[in-house]
Write a protein that binds this ligand. Structure first.
Ligand SMILES: Nc1nc2c(ncn2[C@@H]2O[C@H](COP(=O)(O)OP(=O)(O)OP(=O)(O)O)[C@@H](O)[C@H]2O)c(=O)[nH]1
Ligand SMILES: [Mg+2]
Length: 395
């Protein structure tokens, strides 16, 4: 099938749904694509295709994020539907790191649930600055109860520095909109308008050196090794030299050339920060690159093992630990798409209780490209116990 080139006509933003299990994230995602397909600026992606497509097993890591794309009148969006279950927080964290804005889905029937709060906290920690709320299942909710839920959500957002009073809260019914009920398709339009106007066009650091965390690695027969991910900063063109970093201990950086560039299956001439792309890498052995590595402009970033960070230790109520952390604690660090073990040194603080924010020094089990301001999650025994931001690199 001939491929039409991807033409950039509108600013591109990455958004995603988040929220508690069963509050209707996937239904809402399907409803958005339905409403926009009727406007002629998107393709309808039915519920079961969003819910089935994402499960990919990759070297034992379950990648469970569905990407769909659509346009409003003013913007092009890549939208990720993030699973709600706590087991998938890893994917939410690594995916949310790329989000310019998020749609927080809260069931008007249930109100705030543990994962609603956990996702808001994680969004804050990974630097998602703008949240729009979809109060879903409004078709089935009682008006007064929905008012209470709205207040509760605004309070939660304010508590995490999102300015809950200003955040748009739109009452929607993904289910009824999918069925074509005009009242509820209009609500989806209102939600999209809120996203269009409330989430600003991000500064893309287009002039910064190129960097893309690797999400997925594929082999295309006859063509070679392809890596996919969201461009974190800078621009990339076919023919550009790049480095793959964070590889094996013996082979720290592998230099290669980008020989092909695509987005959503369409070839493109250049990609910039925020784009979801696939890069074909010349002569790159399949085994030399994996999820967690970084593709960057040569010499633009140096992998490091030691850094200081501000870390928030989740309280037990948020699903975190019930006991304090002391120096020598050795959890997993989720940094961009990488999953690395690390030693925590609390220095003079000595003890961090659940709910505390502390400054720590971390020594990772292997080198990872890091920079100040980069967010990460800390996990232990399959659950998130902390979140933090890199404060300084220690030589
Ligand atoms: N009444 C009503 N039910 C809804 C609405 N949206 C979703 N549901 C129902 O809520 C249930 C969960 O919907 P999903 O879209 O799968 O929820 P989710 O948040 O994606 O769930 P997970 O991916 O498992 O976290 C399904 O039975 C839906 O049919 C709505 O607007 N109104
Ligand atoms: Mg879902």
């Amino acid at each position: 099938m001939p491929k039409t080139a991807y033409v950039r006509t509108k600013p591109h933003l990455n958004i995603g749904t988040m929220g508690h299990v069963d509050h209707g994230k996937t239904t809402l995602t399907a409803a958005i694509t339905k409403v926009l397909s009727e406007r002629g600026t998107g393709t309808f992606v039915p519920f079961d295709r969003i819910d089935r497509a994402p499960e990919e097993a990759l070297r034992g890591i379950t990648i469970n994020i569905a990407h769909v794309e659509y346009e409003t009148d003013t913007r092009h969006y890549a939208h990720v539907d993030m699973p709600g279950h706590a087991d998938y927080v890893k994917n939410m964290v690594t995916g949310a790191a790329q989000l310019d804005g998020a749609i927080l889905v809260v069931s008007a029937l249930d109100g705030i649930m543990p994962q609603t709060a956990e996702h808001v906290l994680l969004a804050r920690q990974v630097g998602v600055d703008h949240i729009v709320v979809a109060l879903n299942k409004a078709d089935a909710g009682d008006e007064e109860l929905t008012d209470l839920v709205e207040l509760e959500v605004r309070d939660l957002l304010s508590a995490h520095g999102y300015g809950g009073d200003a955040v748009p809260v739109v009452r929607v019914s993904g289910l009824r909109a999918l069925e074509g009920d005009p009242r509820w398709t209009a609500a989806i339009e209102a939600l999209l308008d809120a996203v269009d106007t409330y989430v600003p066009i991000p500064e893309r650091y287009a002039d910064a050196p190129f960097l893309m965390p690797v999400e997925n690695v594929l082999t295309i027969t006859g063509r070679g090794t392809v890596v996919t991910g969201a461009v974190e900063r800078g621009t990339i063109r076919v023919g550009d030299r790049v480095e793959v970093l964070g590889a094996t201990v013996t082979l720290k950086a592998v230099e290669t050339v980008v020989t092909g560039l695509e987005t959503f299956g369409k070839p493109m001439e250049s990609a910039e920060a925020g784009d979801n792309v696939a890069l074909l890498l010349r002569g790159m052995p399949r085994e030399a690159v994996r999820r967690g590595h970084v593709v960057a402009a040569p010499g633009s970033t140096t992998p490091t093992r030691r850094f200081t960070a501000q870390v928030y230790v989740l309280s037990a109520r948020e699903g975190g630990r019930t006991t304090p952390v002391t120096s020598g604690y050795r959890p997993q660090f989720y940094i961009r798409t990488a999953d690395v073990v690390g030693d925590i040194d609390l220095g003079e603080t000595a003890v961090a209780r659940p709910g505390d924010t502390v400054t720590v020094t971390v020594e990772l089990g292997r080198e990872v490209p890091l920079e100040v301001g980069l967010g990460f999650a800390i996990r232990e025994g399959g659950r998130t116990v902390g979140a933090g931001t890199v404060a300084s690199i220690v030589a």
